[in-house]
Ligand binder design. Structure first.
Ligand code: Z5A
Length: 216
C-alpha cells in the first residue's frame, strides 16, 4: 500500500527518522544504536547523513566543511546545503521510502533552521521558501533531538585532532543553534522527541529505546 506525504508517495511500511543536535553530542553513537535496534526488529534500514549522502552531495559537504581563503556567506552556505539535500532526497531518501525501507538520517532540514537560521541569523521565511520547493512536503516521521549543554559536547570532542569550518564557530553560535533546536522541538511535539544526551551512554540509550518502543 502507498501513503502520500505532501507531493511524495512512499510505501506504507516506510519510516523516515532523523537525528539532530549540536556537534559532538553523540549523534553518530546514537545512530549505530538505533540502526541495530531497528534491524533487530526486522526493519530494512538505510543509514545516511547530511550534508552528504550521495557522490555529488559529499562533494558539496567538502566545500561546506573545508576552510577557504574567501568567506562563505550564510546564504551561500544555505543554498549549498539545499543543493546537496535535493541530490540526497532524489537519489537516496525517496527511493528508499518508496521501497518500504526505514531511512535513518544524521541531520536533515531541522539542522538548516538551527544552524543557518539560529546560528547564522537567516530568516525562517527564506529557509521555509527553500524547504517548500525542495522538500515538497517531505518531513521526517520522527526526529530525535539529542540535547546537551555546549560544555558537554566540547568535552566529548576533545580527543579530535581536526576541527572543520563550522565546528570552529564560537560558543555563542552553538548556544543559538541549541536554542533554535529546542524551540522547534517545542513547536512540533508530535514529531520531535528530546533526549537528554548529557547523561551516561546507557541512560541515553534507555531513553532512545523508550522512544522507539512508543513510535513503533
Ligand atoms: N550542518 C548545517 O550547518 N546545516 C545543515 O542543514 C546540516 C548540517 C544538515 C557537519 O555535521 C556539520 O554540518 C555540522 C552542522 C552542519 N557542523 N557542526 N558543528 P556532522 O553531523 O557531520 O558533524 P558534527 O555535528 O560535528 O557531529 P559529530 O562530530 O559527528 O559528533 P556526534 O556524531 O554528535 O558525536 P559522536 O561522534 O557520536 O560522539 C562524540 C564522542 O562522545 C565520542 O567519543 C563518543 O564515544 C562520545 N559519547 C557519545 N555519547 C556519549 C555519552 N552519552 N556519554 C559520554 N560520551 C559519549
Amino acid at each position: 500500500m502507498k501513503k502520500t506525504q505532501g507531493n511524495w508517495e512512499s510505501s506504507s511500511s516506510s519510516h523516515f527518522i532523523t537525528i539532530e543536535g549540536i556537534e559532538g553530542v553523540g549523534k553518530s553513537t546514537a545512530i549505530t544504536f538505533i540502526r541495530d535496534w531497528l534491524t533487530e526488529h526486522g526493519l530494512s534500514v538505510v543509514v545516511t547523513r547530511e550534508p552528504g549522502g550521495t557522490e555529488v552531495a559529499e562533494e558539496i559537504r567538502r566545500v561546506l566543511l573545508n576552510t577557504h581563503k574567501e568567506p562563505i556567506y550564510p546564504e551561500t552556505e544555505l543554498l549549498l546545503l539545499f543543493a546537496g539535500r535535493m541530490q540526497h532526497i532524489q537519489e537516496v531518501i525517496k527511493p528508499a521510502l518508496q521501497a518500504g525501507k526505514t531511512v535513518l538520517c544524521d541531520r536533515f532540514i531541522d539542522a538548516s533552521y538551527a544552524y543557518q537560521g539560529g546560528g547564522r541569523g537567516i530568516s525562517d521565511h527564506f529557509i521555509q521558501m527553500l524547504e517548500q520547493e525542495i522538500l515538497q512536503g517531505l518531513q521526517p516521521n520522527l526526529t530525535l533531538l539529542l540535547d546537551a549543554p555546549y560544555h558537554v559536547s566540547q568535552l566529548r570532542l576533545q580527543q579530535r585532532s581536526h576541527t572543520d569550518r563550522i565546528e570552529s564557530e564560537h560558543e555563542a553560535f552553538f548556544q543559538r543553534v541549541r536554542a533554535k533546536y529546542l524551540k522547534r522541538a517545542e513547536q512540533s511535539p508530535e514529531r520531535y522527541r528530546v533526549i537528554n544526551a548529557a547523561l551516561p551512554l546507557p541512560k541515553v540509550q534507555r531513553q532512545m529505546k523508550e522512544v522507539l518502543h512508543d513510535f513503533f
